[in-house]
Design a protein around this ligand. Sequence first.
Ligand code: SF4
Length: 342
Amino acid sequence: MRWDAQKIADEGAGPGELELPGLSRMPGWLRTVRRPEFAGVVFHEVMAKRVLNRVPPTSGMPFEWTINPYRGCSHACTYCFARKSHTYLDFDSGRDFDSQVVVKVNAAEVVGRELAAPRWARASVAMGTNTDPYQRAEGRYRLMPGIIGALTGARTPFSILTKGTLLARDLPLLSEAAGRVQVWIGVSLALLDPELQERLEPGTPAPAARLNLVRRVREAGLDCSVMVAPVLPYLTDSDDALNGLFAELAAAGATKVSAWPLHLRPGSREWFFDWLRREHPELVVRYERLYARGSTVDRRYAGWLAERVGGLLPRHRLAPGSQTRPVTRPDESVPAEQLALL
Ligand code: SF4
């Protein structure tokens, strides 16, 4: 990556103190820092001009606008749907996506301004559609309280999808917001096995912690949907695995549950297959067959999974969740960064 050899500030460096030729070409770039409490992660702080992103009407998404205060995600899920979007910043879609995080430090201020525009029609805004707004960096930068406040103040309904237990910090704010606007909270959790989770999603909170987050959201008086996604063929889709997960979700009080199979867009596909070759070489040929058509899993597998989930939901008295993104995009024409991910 072309910025690897460049100098990076330690915590405490001031805006513009370091010249990073590559990054300084990024509009609004302020500085690049490492922080002692985030080993292995580099933060690129930028002043964003715009924060609200319009979703193309052809995307088939159930929302028109998104906000992504961060680009890149230290949750580092091997299958992450958004990896390719990092290449638009001249990073790679592998390790750079996990460790080079762009932070829109003025996100709350900018979104407040955008929402105050007379033309703003209070359409629904989705967060967690490209990278996780409650990834670890949020503990340091605290961008979400200001964004939630701005959306609430502008009477704008919004949704948050996350794997980050840090969302619990903002529950009082979210409860208050839900009294004024429609708020949808979704937690992404597709497996219970902590050993597999550590290999597959090394930067995420453990499954037990995410179940506890579901409980806390419900205790705060809010609905909490759970996305069981991505379901990984032969790794997380056994009867025992899915049945056990759905039982735990029901016990935690999940309001609605939906499940999707793994989707492997270019950018994530290569990275995931590298992981599979290292961790489960015995499955490589089977995955190649299942994903022979490209990003989407074989239709028969998708149908089989849908049927299984259709049986598990009533067994555990769980309501089906609404689909928040298409599982398949036949033309793949919408940029990865504008598609929701789980
Ligand atoms: S799948 Fe979500 S949580 Fe995982 S790395 Fe991607 S954006 Fe982050």
